[in-house]
Design a protein around this ligand. Sequence first.
Ligand SMILES: Cc1cc2nc3c(=O)[nH]c(=O)nc-3n(C[C@H](O)[C@H](O)[C@H](O)COP(=O)(O)OP(=O)(O)OC[C@H]3O[C@@H](n4cnc5c(N)ncnc54)[C@H](O)[C@@H]3O)c2cc1C
Length: 448
Amino acid sequence: MSYDVVIVGAGFAGASAAYFLSNAGVKTLIIDVKGWDRVGDRPCGDAIGKHHFDELGLPYPKGHELEGYVKGIAIYSPSESSSILVNGEGFEVHRIKYVQRLLNEALGRGCEFLGNTHVRGPIVKDGYVVGVKLWSNGGAKEVYSKVVIDSSGNARSVVRYLPRSWPVNESLELRDANVAYREVRVLNHEIEEPEVLRIYVNNEISPGGYWWFFPYSLMRGYVNVGLGIRADLRGLHPKDLLYKYVLSRPEFKGSRIVEAGGALVPTRRPISSLVWNGIAVIGDAAYVVNPVHGGGKGSSMISAKCVAEAVVNALDNNDVSANGLWSANICYMRRYGCKQGALDIFRYFLQKLSNDDLEFSISKRLVSGDELNEISLRGRFEVGLVDKVVRLASLLTRPSLLIKLRNVVRYMDLIKDHYMNYPSRPEGLNEWVRKLGELINSYHGSLT
Ligand SMILES: Cc1cc2nc3c(=O)[nH]c(=O)nc-3n(C[C@H](O)[C@H](O)[C@H](O)COP(=O)(O)OP(=O)(O)OC[C@H]3O[C@@H](n4cnc5c(N)ncnc54)[C@H](O)[C@@H]3O)c2cc1C
């Protein structure tokens, strides 16, 4: 069997890639270890910003694919007595049904789907990935293609077997990840303002992360409630913390569990290259999750779009080398990676704030909801905002917070600029990665 492209993993990333590639008439096979009924299924808060669909030309979820509308997110202080509302439209999406919708459209344009099939690793020839080894119907098989896209999420089922010298095989350190657990529950009462998602920051309840309450506004009483913590905190488990501090509250009394589960979330900057010879990597497998809020569906779709466009070009030019596919990196790093890099630094800053500092920042409105939205969208504090925050913090006599804030803003700018200068060819990558490491180490050094 031979294809132009084989996609490994039919989650949000893989299904989006299949959608974009089939649109361009590329002969594609998409494989998943799950059967058709479960594609796209994984523990998730299911929230996604509307702007992603608009920017990428993807269809909005509709009918049974849509479980709720979102008009904003309220972020609560540790005492829960203050909050900031970040306005922004979005959806609560039915994971499986939306992924099936994308795949159905792709299948209608000639893409093929192979479910219940376990990909066991890449086939490498003369320094290129030329296909994958798989296990299907009790037998070992091989499938060949000009390009393989690894969208297998945390499993990284293809890239993890490639040589460590290939930049697509970059390992994940636990300090750069969250481990999150969530349940979907039906409450026995109405939820107030079901179109507002709620995020609660509190270092005792969810160290290095947050806990959330995301109602499904179109399904009366349904809520997605979960908790994430830094993955390197030994002896702590997000499920235990969720039960101890959250689900023990009166509003959950008598509620019914519909779904439960957890997973690792790579909350860091993206992998340093999404492509190499004959291979591309997208979604969680490429660490494209937003480091601060942990959302990864939108950025999975962005990485899929950038890679699909590069693959179409590379196939047209008959050059699937790292260089031939490189435009995927330029596209992704400019569009989202630069923001992820800056927000990765902001994450370190946030993870070190005490409950006292968090309470102060939220209750005194150091940053408004609109300003937070801007930081999240652009990965940068605009100059006017820096002045305002610094003025407020000094007026309110918080010198230590003021120094930390000035410092993080400076490093966020440096890192974002570094990503905007991402090398135009693979030859420049090693030097760029070296400088990025220097910047990150220098930020850590400045904290001690
Ligand atoms: C608790 C929790 C809450 C979250 N909440 C949100 C949220 O509200 N909003 C948001 O945007 N993001 C959220 N995220 C992150 C988001 O879920 C992920 O970033 C996103 O789903 C990643 O999609 P993906 O396609 O890259 O990976 P996945 O959805 O993990 O898909 C990978 C696919 O690859 C398949 N696969 C794996 N190995 C193999 C193999 N060897 N052979 C064949 N197939 C294979 C799997 O079966 C799977 O279908 C949350 C994550 C967690 C854990």
